[in-house]
Write a protein that binds this ligand. Sequence first.
Ligand code: FAD
Length: 455
Amino acid sequence: MNGTPEAPLWTIAGGGLAGTLLALELAARGDPVRIIERHPNPKIETIPSGRSINLALAHRGLKALAAAGLDGEVKRRAVPMRGRMIHDNGGAARFQPYSRHPERFLYSVQRDTLSRILLDEAHRRPKIEVLFERELVAIDWSRRLAQLRTWCKKKTIPLPFNRLIGCDGAGSGVRRAIEEASGESGRIEWLDHGYREFTLAPDLAGSEDERQALHIWPRGEWMLIALPNSDGSFTATLFMEHAALATLGDDPKRWRSLFKTHFADALSCLDGLDRDLEHNPIGRLGTVYAALWHHAGALLIGDAAHAVVPFHGQGMNAAFEDVGLLVAALDRGTEWPALAAGFQAERQPDTDALARMALDNYREMRAAVHAPGFIRRKALEWELEGRFPERFAPRYDMVMFSDLPYALAEARGAVQAAIVDELLALNDPKARIARARTRIEENLPALRAPQQAQE
Ligand code: FAD
């Protein structure tokens, strides 16, 4: 049964990052779109996000923003991150570029800034209607009605829909409704590590290199990272076991003592610790594996379908890439029910691969990045990339600076890691290169397209 006439062609649950970008793309195709967002309009009230103040934006995200004509504005309001600044226990810091190609780098962008850019653009489009302060709590599938609870939570109102896209994040109400209707439940795998965010003063960076970097204090089982903000400050995030975070509690003395012992060079930059402890609660981290991404004309994308832990800086990038893939399928003329049904089959192998790589990257960031073995591996990877540019691309570059499918990046990355292991065991440089040539030509077909540069 179709929705009632007043339902626009598209209803999007969640006016966050993916939801708003998708609305812009659908409206650009001439379709009317309605967004349902549980939070108030940020122009009128500050959104109580309470999490991840800034995000690393990479090639996939920029590509999707470029399709909507917004990449230029976002870049202007973001800070380039040209590599990692690794802080060791003794207080020394060393810069590691992300790639051997200097033009490949990331941008640090504040979530609120990005969200405002997208929403402001949505408000300029007459085809887009945004209903704030409406939370989707249930779906009447037979009548195609979304049940919405108003922000003050006093009443529930029905809203008809035709095609419904769940862009409502990791705790998705659309996903819950699909699970209830289908009887198929997915799972969320929670990490036993959580996070807490702090502000660091601009003094953390004395030079442009220090300012345009993602700072990491790798400490084995846990780590502190800091991303630059456009006002010169940094947002630092400590990732640590929940039990240890609970022990630290909200006690500023304990936090200062932790910084003094493990992140001494950042201690004097702690700016507003009491405020941060009051406003930034412990965050949980998990991977969402939705069982069914579609049901009766509804489809999940972004975190609602496949939230990942943040250690590869790809959750938003993947959510934006979903938008591009969905719109490309519409442009190819794929009919809606078939598109919704086929999207999961096409995309899930990639998002599953991303989920694994994101978990793997936590180990790399918190422990490996400053180990001599890691640096030797990186040097060899870069040498191989220089010698065999069509066949060998570091996995990090494939994930962050290209739009090769994640599953392909993971599979090629595994083959490359085995080759690098084998080569590292050889001492003679000539024998090493000869072996590299044979192994690479045997196992790594030429890539379909050259890697994409960042600018
Ligand atoms: P969201 O951004 O979560 O948006 C969902 C929207 O839906 C929100 O506006 C919410 O209010 C609304 N909503 C929720 N439920 C309902 C409902 N029932 N009804 C109506 N509205 C609803 N990704 C990166 O690419 N790079 C990074 O560096 C990065 N760092 C991160 C650091 C941390 C600590 C965390 C936690 C995440 C990080 N991510 C990063 C991941 C990124 O934040 C998410 O992948 C991204 O926000 C997903 O976008 P989305 O639009 O799918 O969901």
